[in-house]
Design a protein. Structure first.
Length: 652
């Protein structure tokens, strides 16, 4: 079971009416006696207790969760809520909720204080609803607590339990009771090993005290990757065929392959759709792209079946409905591809924003997404970059049918460099997904600048976006259509340089995820600099947009991570007006670091100044000690981009 997030935030409208007796349970009274260390007093909240207790039976698991948090500041008071994500089939019961005032006054809340909301994207693979407890009028100094239980069928003999989170935690505790004769073991991540102990109730217990808050920084690793975590597994005496053991990644892969296989079935409509989606294609790669585009057009909707947290619907039903969740879209992709003779396999993935998979702990509970691996044999067209060599399975191209803006052969930023589970009855394995080269996410710009008699400058620019650069713009343009795209550009221009005029604006390729986006803009704008009569000063290039990061922190305490690389290539031609000359020095800047390379060079070619700019940024993770060279690199990029040119009037 993936445990709820301690102290998670959510904005909720309305208050909760108090009810029942006004006394706190013994466990809460005990928690309130724990002294808050001076190091935690400046935090916005402090967690007094974060406890999970699991009673394991041969068929299921019963959880009892207790949490108690003190609000220390106004910031900590805002939008405070406890959240308990729920899997399908779980039986949730609130034991009680409490609010303890600084003067000792206690208010208790019953089940009417619980709201149920849809799970957000973090839980789209394994959760459907979230139970939320948010007491009315919580104020600074209050302690908020709740206790609840869940009952569910066991899908795995294991659990993953984070110790602490983004707030200082006085005590985080996990207790597990297994039937007699069962074995139990644990691995501790991101923390010195925590020895297990036995309590009087027969539980095996792990405790961590006085845990510091995990810090979140820009371009940092996700909290789940840094937070101390217990990975606990248990098992009955050897039982042949019990798939819940998950002692190897191959066993996890076989389990998920067994769930998916019965749903990969074709009917007449599936066969017709496969034929229509590939009509007119001249190669296998084109045919695969035709299938990929069709599945990407199927609407995403979280529609879990109910027999398993990861079970998809049958392919014919998904096609008939024209909607499905990530597992459904993966199944539909696999089924359609097999109809045209292309073999594909389901994969379970963990998106990069949610942390990392622990390779030493085979577990289905790590994953939050479903994707597809397609076996390809390119016929003269080259191999798409989002591919891997998978031992005896050959070349596999990784495809996310849920990402409607990323074409086949490309890979979303949130999957690059992550680990994913290849699900197959004989070849299941945990594999590393590729990190694409910076050139795979490219923005190319050709710009021509001239000086009209009216003053200001005329600019014609052509931008070509490919890979994830295009995917990001495609996502942006989904919510911005028609003239609103042009209006957005004019608004940006006005905000940065003054009111401009548009003569032409055209965008192509937005609707086709495996094609580049080409944007052509023809406009007039005020001089981006100063006109001092006999001297004009202006920016050396007008690439208008860059993904180069602005790193403002002078130091870091967490690693810096650039998850996916990209590249920008700009060529700007400035037509020197008659009677003017370019003054030395010409634009020139260079920088390099492990994060990438940067160059801006200007040269005269007759009556024009040609300025060429190239920025290449690599996917990279560096420890805090390596932060300053990366910051210096991006500072140099920003400084180089601000390089200006000067023109002097020489005559009429």
């Amino acid at each position: 079971m993936k445990r709820p997030l301690t102290g998670a935030l959510m904005v909720l409208a309305g208050g909760m009416a108090p009810a029942l007796a006004d006394s706190a349970p013994d466990w809460l009274e005990l928690a309130l006696k724990r002294p808050v260390p001076a190091s935690a007093e400046k935090a916005s909240r402090v967690v007094y207790l974060d406890e999970g207790m699991i009673d394991v039976t041969k068929s299921g698991m019963r959880w009892r969760v207790r949490e108690a948090v003190k609000i220390l500041t106004v910031e900590g008071q805002r939008s405070f809520a406890f959240m308990a994500p729920q899997r399908i089939g779980q039986d949730f019961k609130l034991v009680g909720g409490w609010k303890v005032r600084p003067d000792g006054d206690v208010r208790r809340y019953d089940a009417k204080a619980i709201e149920e909301v849809d799970a957000d994207g973090s839980y789209e693979f394994s959760m459907t609803k979230v139970k939320v407890f948010s007491p009315d009028e919580a104020r600074v100094g209050d302690v908020i607590a709740w206790e609840y239980t869940t009952n569910a069928k066991s899908e795995a003999y294991q659990t993953i339990w984070p110790l602490g989170w983004s707030s200082p935690t006085l005590l985080s505790r996990l207790a597990v009771k297994v039937p007699s004769g069962w074995k139990i073991s644990a691995i501790t991540r991101n923390h010195p090993e925590i020895p297990a102990a036995k309590d009087d109730g027969g539980y095996t217990v792990w405790e961590a005290r006085d845990l510091s808050a995990q810090k979140s920084e820009p371009l940092g690793i996700p909290l789940r990757e840094a937070v101390p975590t217990l990975l606990v597994r248990w098992a009955p005496p050897e039982t042949e065929g019990d798939v819940r053991r998950f002692d190897t990644w191959e066993s996890v892969g076989r389990w998920y392959a067994g769930i998916v296989a019965p749903q990969v079935v074709a009917d007449a409509q599936i066969r017709r759709t496969a034929t229509e989606a590939t009509a007119g294609t001249a190669s296998k790669l084109e045919a695969i792209r035709g299938i990929a585009r069709f599945v990407q057009s199927v609407r995403y909707l979280d529609t879990a079946v109910g027999r398993s947290t990861a079970e998809p619907h049958p392919a014919p039903q998904i096609l008939k409905n024209r909607f499905g969740d990530c597992e459904d879209k993966a199944v539909l992709t696999i089924t359609l591809l097999r109809e045209i003779g292309i073999e594909a396999f389901p994969m379970l993935a963990l998106t990069s924003g949610e942390g990392t998979v622990a390779p030493e702990f085979p577990a289905p509970g790590f994953f939050n997404h479903a994707i597809v691996a397609v076996r390809v044999s390119p016929d003269g067209e080259g191999v798409p970059p989002a591919g891997i060599e998978a031992q005896s399975m050959g070349r596999l191209v990784i495809f996310d049918p849920t990402s409607s803006n990323t074409g086949f052969g490309d890979l979303p930023d949130y999957l690059q460099g992550t680990r994913a589970l290849l699900a197959d009855s004989t070849h299941g394995a945990l594999i590393s997904l590729p990190v694409l080269p910076p050139e795979a996410s490219l923005r190319e710009t050709e710009a021509r600048i001239s000086f009209p008699n009216r003053g200001g400058i005329d600019v014609r620019t052509i931008n070509r976006f490919s890979g994830q650069y295009a995917a990001d713009l495609r996502t942006h343009y989904e919510a911005l259509r028609g003239d609103k795209r042009k209006e957005e550009f004019l608004s940006w221009l006005s905000g940065h340089f003054g009111k401009g005029e548009m003569r032409g604006f055209d965008v192509t390729g937005v609707e086709t995820p495996d094609q580049p986006i080409v944007r052509t803009i023809d406009f007039w704008m005020p001089l981006p600099g100063k006109d001092l009569g006999t001297v004009r000063m202006m920016a050396a290039s007008l690439h208008l947009f860059t993904r180069a990061d602005r790193l403002n922190e002078t130091e870091r305490v967490t690693p810096l991570r650039i998850g996916a690389g990209y590249m920008e290539s700009d060529r700007t031609t400035i037509e020197i007006p008659a009677g003017w000359k370019i003054l030395e020095p010409l634009p020139s800047a260079e920088a390099s670091s492990p994060a990438g390379s940067y160059s801006m060079k200007g040269r005269l070619e007759g009556a024009t100044l040609l300025v060429e700019r190239t920025l290449k940024v690599n996917a990279i993770t560096v420890p805090p000690s390596g932060y300053m060279p990366i910051k210096k690199f991006f500072d140099e990029v920003l400084k180089g981009d601000a390089t200006g040119i000067a023109m002097e009037k020489t005559g009429t």
